[in-house]
Every structure is written in structure tokens, then in C-alpha cells.
Design a protein around this ligand. Structure first.
Ligand code: C2E
Ligand code: CA
Ligand code: CA
Length: 814
């Protein structure tokens, strides 16, 4: 609660003079030091100016320096700050003047008393009346004469000559006149004195609040003959009362807002006085309570600390601030911040002034943050940070005792696809389920943590044999593989697990984790749903991945990339072929690196976005140049990774690149993989809407290898399917595969799409695909991917020759 009074109190140096003011700048409360300096009065006079000058800083919650006139022409240098409510509204101000300020401790001179000079009793009475603003009145009932006399009528210019009763009543407000008439009637009947608060109209515009006393004077026959009494001006007192009521209320509100309770403890008697909020904080009823009763609520430790602080402060120590804990009578545990000061005002017995602020919420929050810092909220498992702490101990112990310890890195296979197709809620549910299933196969001495997303790390201690780690890994995989009914279908989880053992080279947590992670990659590469021990081979592959990742950084700037082009021949007639751009990376000193190897790495490290932009730009530039040179081709296609598609502004950039090279977006085809199309996010939809609007054709690459759910074909504007090379390879030897290619071609046509076959190497494959109705053929049979110059020769050759079947140009790329 940094907007609370206590926060303000705590920001001001302890021991300084301190005043709490309301929004109008009127002092609500002040400590002894402040009163001694006459600070409440000084600040009241200057508050408007100060609040104006410090406006923005005060509003922003800062402390603002200010200078005030002090006693004996000294100046007081202090600090002003504002107290805000939860909406940022200023509720009150606080002002402090540090002890060192000149003038602190000096007292204003006591004014000489007038009474001492006035001897005469009469004069003294007058004076007393004058000071009190009193007057006399009498009402002669028989003659109906009212007479006002004394200080009150003189001071306010009221007539002191006798007046008629009616005339007198007219001096009162209508309601007051009625009240007085009713009271006199009662006096007549019951002969009792009266005491009333009335409103007197002194001038047309000003009302005076008066208290009127009257007593009956009876004639000898017992009838009421006269009323005599006093009138007291209580206007100022009424205002003060209202102000005090209002201030008390405000103070209560401020302290309730800040949950600040207070109490005073008399040092000698230990008598205790509590504020409302103090009772509320302690869960006590508002009735007298002793200090010992209050302290009995506190925990043993807190009670001791409280008592010790009181004792030290009584013996002259500085004020103290403590965090203490108690239980309300209901049993609820409460944390309070307690500020204790000693108040030694003249004439009063010394008292401890204690402020309590309820900080249970903050305490809970910090406990929660502590939990957040160590546990994963979804699965309740220890997180990375806690794992590290525990694992480091376990590893140290294993090294010392020479026992066998294994770190298992578990990664769920294809989990991103599950998240994408079933949604995150299902994904979360499955993660919990996976954690639960694995847990059942671990011993209590094993450490099990959620490392991140779909990755778990397990530390197995005291294994009898290194081979046991593999047994455990197999058990975990089998447990996860248990199929799960989901909606109409089944979900099957699988995992790849890497295993690293403590050995001479791996005796620290980070090293073991890296080794287990590398082994996990090896498990993924060898077909997933399996486990793999860390080995020399794994080490080499991991090193290779890191080396490629390092070499990729800056490769674009060093101009190490180039494009090669492969034609896609139309099966019908003599139509111009299409061209696919394929990326090549030449690493100086290393030769060419295959895109199949470096693209997944570029995707993981995010470099693919920049590289992909370059590919599109270079392909458009080349296409526009060929077009300008009169070469005929249908379109140019580029491969686009899922990651590029998810990058903000991708579609806009593609269109801008086309525009920059003067290449029509309708002749730039984007080849996407099925995994890129599974997501149906707002961003993806925006991307595809833009492509559709500008006529950018989309093709699904490697069709048939990815996800079995084909709904995306309806959702997104796909124009072309590219049958994966693996089907073409097998279709001549396996009847089943041939049926698959036939089915894909029929499916594509049924959906109004064109179908391409890639990786066509033989005339037989070509013939069968043509028979099945395939629209375009791509593969070594027609041409390998060619560098730009050879590609232009190829295109020119196609235009010049009348032969429909391509001459297999044996120009190898590079
Ligand atoms: P892809 O898009 O399926 O490209 C076809 C791959 O098959 C190319 O390999 C091509 O050289 C090869 N290929 C073409 N015809 C035949 C054939 O008859 N027989 C055989 N055995 N192979 C053939 P490449 O160029 O090594 O590219 C491999 C993969 O790398 C591509 O597969 C594509 O997924 C990715 N790739 C290439 N360039 C880019 C690019 O600029 N961006 C992205 N994101 N990925 C790219
Ligand atoms: Ca492709
Ligand atoms: Ca492909």
C-alpha cells in the first residue's frame, strides 16, 4: 500500500515533526514535535500555495520540498506529499520537518492574559460574556415586550430597545420561531425551564446559531408572567463540531483505506486505547481490552518482539518498525506492520503510539510469488529453478559417493500440433495427464520437474546399473502411449527421451542437461517415440547443430546464399513451365550445406524470417528479369516456413516485395507445409485474406506426410497440392501407394485444386502420374535444380524447341 498514510509516514524521517492534512489543507493530526513548532497553523495558511506549486509532483506521488515561516522568524524546511486512494484521488497530505531544521523545538510565545489586567468583577463578567459571545433576553408576557441585552446583540447590531414578541419571532428563521413558540407553550403548561438551539437572522444573508436558555418567572397568582434567560452564539462551535466530525470520519476513512489501526499505550499503567480499525484488524469487538489480552493473540515470537520493542523505546531507543503475526479469535492468521513511537507531550503521561497496518495480502502475495518461483502452476511439479537447486545437491552426492545418477530429458512428440489442432485447454489437460502418468513410474527419491512447455526433466538417483535409466525411459514411453479417448477419436502421446549419466566429463547440472538434451534430439532424429543415451555420436551431432547455428548468423550479410531453380512441367499441351526457387548456402571453406539440414536450424533460431524475406525478394527480382528478357514461364514458387507465416506483417512484406520488383503477386506462389496450415489464428487468417485479395496462389508442399486432419483445405485458399516425393518413389513398387497418389489427385480435383507430383525421376513414374490425371510434374526426369543462367537456357530451349517432352538437360547444379 504505497498510497497509504503509513507509507507516507514511513517515508518521512522518523523523529521529525509530522502533520496529516485533509485535502483542503486543514490539519487532521500532528505529533508533539509539529505542535511545538506551530506547524499545523503555519501549514494551514500556506497550504494552497504549496499544493499549487507542487501539483504535478504531488499527484505523481513524490515528496515535494517546501519552506514555511517558523517561530522567531526562523524558516522551517520540510517535505510535503500526498496520500492517494485506490483511484489515484488525493485523500490527504502529509508534511514533515526533519529534526535538524532550524527552529525545531522552539515554542511560540504564550499571549499575555487580558484577565490579569482587568480587576473588576463586572468587567470580567462582561469580558467573559464578550468572549463567549453571550447575551441576555427577557420576555414580559403581560405587556408582550421582548428585551435583548449584552454582548451578543451589541456585537451583531441587533436592536436592544424593547420590541414586540412578534417582532422578536421574526428575527428567527421560520422553523426556529415555531420551535420557540412550542417550547413556551410547554413552559406555560409544565412550568419547566427550556434549552433550545435556534437560528437567528442577524442580517439578511447571515444566520447565527444560538443556544437559548429560559426559565419561567411566575406572578404571585402563580401565572407565568416572564421568561428570562441567556443567549449564546454557538455558530463557531457548531462549525467546529461539524468539522471535527467530518475530520474524524475522514481520518477513519483514510486509515480504513490504508487498513491502518492505531492504539495508545500508557507507559506506566499499560492502559490501552484502540481505534476502530485497530479492533477490526485484530478481529476484536469494540470493547475495552487490555494490552495483555491483545498480546495474547500474537504468536510467541511476535509477542516477544513486540514487548522487547516497547521496552527498548521506553528506554530511549528510536521508533521501531516490525512485521508481526497474530491469529484473530476466529483463527485467521494476520500479518501486520507495526510502527511504535513514544509520545511525551507536556502535561500528559508518556504513551506509546502504535500504528498497525494489515499486510496479510502483501505477505500472501510474496508467499505466492515464492511458490511461483519454484513450482509450475499447471502440473504442480517443481520448475526449472527448483530442479536446479535439488539436482545440484543430488549430483554432488552422487559424485562423492560414486553412485549412478541419470538425467532424463523428456520431450513430447508433435505436441505443438496437438495444441494447434485441439486448442491450448486440451493441450494443458494432456500435459497434466502426461505428468501424472510419468509420475506413477518414478520413485519418491527421483526428481521430476516440468522444464518448459512440453519438456520434462527427471533425475534418477542411486541406480543399480546404468542400463536401468533406459528401462525407466521405456516404461515412461509405454505409459504415455496408452491411448486416450478424446471426443470421437483417440489421442496417443509419444515422447522422445534423452539420457545422460554422471561420468568423468559430466559432473555438473548444466553439462548433464546439455548432454541429455542432445541425446533427446538424437532420439527424435531416429524416428521419435524412443530413448537414446548420450554418446560420442550425439555429442558430434549436437556440436554440428551449434556450429551451423553460429555460421548462420551473418551468412546473409556475407552473401553466402543463392537460389537455384527447378522447372515444373505441365502435363497438358505446350504450356510454359512453372519454376520453383530452392535455397542454397555456400559456406566458405565448408562447401554447400543442405537446406534439409540448415533450414530446421534456421527455423529454431528464428533466422529463417530474414533469410525467407531475402529468398522471396531474390526470386521476384530474378523472375522479373527473366520476364523482361522475354522468357516464358507460368509462375515462380518459393518455399515458406511456418515460422515466417507467423511473423507479424509477413503478408504485407510479400506484397511490398512484389511491388518493389514490379512482379505481379498472382505469379508468385507460396509453398507451405501442412503444419503451417493447422493453426487457425486471427493473424494467419489476416495473412491469407490479404493473399486471396491480391491473388497470391498457395500450394501445400509435401502433401500427405503431415497431419491427417484436412480441414485446413476448406479453411484456407489453397490452389495446389504437391504430392510428396516419398509417394512417387514407392508408387511403382507398391500398389497401395499408387492408390494413395490416385486418391490425392482425385481429392485435389474435387476441391478445385491442381495437383503436382515432385521427385519424378523415371519415365514410368511420369507415365503413371499422367494416367492418374496429375497436372504438373517436377523432378530430375525433367531437370535438376539449376543455377539462374542454366535455368534461362532451359527456358529459352523450351520455347525454341517444338518437342513437348523435355530434353533432360544434364547440367548439374554447380
Ligand atoms: P522441397 O520444397 O520439397 O523441395 C524439393 C526437394 O527435392 C529439393 O531439395 C529438390 O532439390 C529435391 N528434388 C527435386 N526433384 C528431385 C528428384 O527427382 N529426386 C530427388 N531425389 N530429389 C529431388 P532441396 O533443394 O535440397 O531442398 C530440400 C528442402 O529444403 C525443400 O524441400 C524445402 O522444404 C526446403 N527448402 C529449400 N529452399 C527453401 C527456402 O527457400 N525456404 C524454405 N523455407 N525451405 C526451403
Ligand atoms: Ca517445395
Ligand atoms: Ca516437397
Amino acid at each position: 500500500m504505497d498510497h497509504g498514510v503509513i507509507a507516507s509516514l514511513l517515508r518521512h524521517p522518523v523523529g521529525s515533526a509530522f502533520v496529516l492534512l485533509d485535502v483542503e489543507g486543514r490539519p487532521l493530526a500532528s505529533n508533539g514535535a509539529a505542535q511545538a513548532m506551530g506547524l499545523p497553523g503555519a501549514i494551514e495558511a500556506y497550504m494552497d500555495l504549496l499544493a499549487q506549486a507542487g501539483g504535478p509532483s504531488l499527484a505523481a506521488g513524490r515528496m515535494v520540498p517546501c519552506v514555511l515561516p517558523g517561530p522567531q522568524a526562523a524558516s522551517l524546511e520540510g517535505w510535503l506529499s500526498a496520500v492517494h486512494d485506490e483511484h489515484g484521488q488525493i485523500l490527504a497530505y502529509t508534511l514533515s520537518v526533519p529534526e535538524a531544521s532550524p527552529g525545531a523545538g522552539a515554542r511560540p510565545a504564550v499571549p499575555a492574559r487580558l484577565q490579569a489586567q482587568l480587576g473588576e468583577q463586572e468587567v470580567m463578567l462582561r469580558e467573559a460574556q464578550r468572549i463567549a459571545g453571550m447575551g441576555d433576553w427577557s420576555w414580559e408576557l403581560s405587556s408582550d415586550k421582548v428585551v435583548l441585552s449584552g454582548e451578543l446583540p451589541t456585537a451583531h447590531g441587533l436592536a436592544t430597545d424593547p420590541m414586540g414578541g412578534r417582532q422578536f419571532l421574526q428575527l428567527l428563521t421560520r422553523a426556529s420561531a415555531a420551535t420557540l413558540v412550542r417550547a413556551i407553550r410547554r413552559m406555560k403548561q409544565e412550568s419547566v425551564p427550556i434549552s433550545l438551539d435556534l437560528e437567528l437572522a442577524v442580517r439578511r444573508e447571515a444566520l447565527m446559531q444560538v443556544r437559548v436558555w429560559g426559565r419561567p418567572v411566575h406572578a404571585p397568582d402563580g401565572r407565568l408572567s416572564r421568561i428570562v434567560g441567556q443567549v449564546l452564539n454557538i455558530t463557531a462551535q457548531r462549525q467546529t463540531d461539524a468539522l471535527i466530525r467530518w475530520r474524524t470520519e475522514l481520518l477513519n476513512r483514510v486509515s480504513a483505506l490504508g487498513k491502518i489501526g492505531g492504539c495508545e499505550i500508557e507507559v506506566d499503567t499499560r492502559d490501552l486505547q484502540c481505534t476502530e480499525e485497530c479492533y477490526r484488524i485484530h478481529g476484536l469487538r469494540k470493547e475495552a481490552v487490555s494490552l495483555d489480552q491483545l498480546l495474547s493473540l500474537y504468536t510467541h515470537e511476535s509477542r516477544e518482539a513486540f514487548q522487547a520493542a516497547l521496552a527498548q523505546i521506553a528506554h530511549g531507543s528510536l521508533p521501531e518498525q516490525l512485521d508481526l503475526c497474530f491469529h484473530r479469535p476466529s483463527g485467521l492468521r494476520v500479518w501486520v506492520q507495526v510502527l511504535i513511537e513514544l509520545d511525551k507531550r507536556d502535561g500528559l503521561p508518556p504513551r506509546f503510539v502504535v500504528l498497525f497496518r494489515d499486510i496479510s495480502r502483501e505477505r500472501e502475495a510474496s508467499e505466492r510469488i515464492d511458490k511461483l518461483a519454484h513450482y509450475d502452476l499447471l502440473t504442480g511439479l517443481p520448475n526449472r529453478a527448483l530442479l536446479r537447486e535439488q539436482a545440484e545437491d543430488a549430483i554432488r552426492e552422487a559424485v562423492e559417493q560414486g553412485s549412478t545418477l541419470a538425467v532424463l530429458f523428456v520431450d513430447l512428440d508433435g505436441f505443438k500440433n496437438i495444441n494447434d489442432s485441439y486448442g491450448h485447454a486440451t493441450g494443458d489437460m494432456l500435459l497434466k495427464l502426461a505428468a501424472g502418468r510419468m509420475h506413477q513410474h518414478l520413485r519418491t527419491s527421483d526428481l521430476f520437474s516440468r522444464f518448459s512447455g512440453d519438456e520434462f526433466v527427471i533425475v534418477l538417483r542411486d541406480l543399480a546399473d546404468p542400463g536401468d535409466a533406459g528401462h525407466v525411459a521405456r516404461k515412461l514411453i509405454a505409459a504415455l502411449a496408452e491411448p486416450l479417448e478424446w471426443g470421437d477419436g483417440m489421442i496417443k502421446l509419444s515422447a522422445s527421451i534423452g539420457i545422460a549419466l554422471v561420468d568423468a566429463n559430466h559432473q555438473d547440472f548444466d553439462g548433464l542437461l546439455r548432454a541429455a538434451d542432445a541425446a533427446m534430439y538424437a532420439a527424435k532424429e531416429s524416428g521419435r517415440n524412443t530413448s537414446h543415451y548420450y554418446s560420442q555420436d550425439v555429442l558430434l551431432r549436437a556440436q554440428r547443430r551449434r556450429e551451423i547455428e553460429n555460421a548462420l548468423h551473418g551468412a546473409l550479410e556475407r552473401e553466402e546464399f543463392s537460389l537455384v531453380y527447378q522447372p515444373l512441367a505441365h502435363t497438358a499441351g505446350q504450356r510454359a513451365p512453372a519454376v520453383e526457387a530452392l535455397l542454397r548456402w555456400h559456406r566458405p571453406g565448408h562447401g554447400f550445406c543442405s537446406p534439409a539440414e540448415f533450414i530446421p536450424i534456421a527455423e529454431r533460431c528464428g533466422e529463417i524470417v530474414r533469410i525467407g524475406d531475402w529468398v522471396i525478394s531474390e526470386a521476384c527480382r530474378q523472375a522479373a528479369a527473366w520476364d523482361a528478357a522475354g522468357l516464358r514461364f507460368d509462375r515462380i514458387s518459393v518455399n515458406v516456413s511456418a515460422m515466417q507465416l507467423r511473423d507479424r506483417g509477413f503478408a504485407e512484406r510479400v506484397l511490398a516485395i512484389c511491388h518493389a520488383h514490379g512482379w505481379s503477386p498472382t505469379r508468385l506462389e507460396l509453398e507451405l507445409t501442412e503444419s503451417a496450415l493447422i493453426r487457425d489464428t486471427e493473424a494467419l487468417r489476416h495473412c491469407f485474406d490479404l493473399f486471396e485479395k491480391h491473388g497470391v496462389p498457395l500450394a501445400v508442399d509435401d502433401f500427405g506426410t503431415g497431419f491427417s486432419n484436412l480441414h485446413y483445405l476448406n479453411r484456407f485458399p489453397v490452389h495446389r497440392l504437391k504430392i510428396d516425393r516419398s509417394f512417387v518413389q514407392d508408387m511403382l513398387h507398391d500398389l497401395g501407394t499408387a492408390k494413395v497418389t490416385q486418391a490425392i489427385i482425385q481429392l485435389g480435383h474435387a476441391l478445385g485444386m491442381q495437383v503436382v507430383a515432385e521427385g519424378v525421376e523415371t519415365v514410368q513414374e511420369d507415365a503413371l502420374l499422367r494416367e492418374q490425371g496429375c497436372d504438373e510434374i517436377q523432378g530430375y526426369l525433367y531437370s535438376r535444380p539449376l543455377p539462374p543462367r542454366e535455368m534461362s537456357i532451359f527456358l529459352r530451349g523450351r520455347q525454341d524447341s517444338l518437342v513437348t517432352v523435355a530434353p533432360t538437360m544434364a547440367v548439374a547444379e554447380h
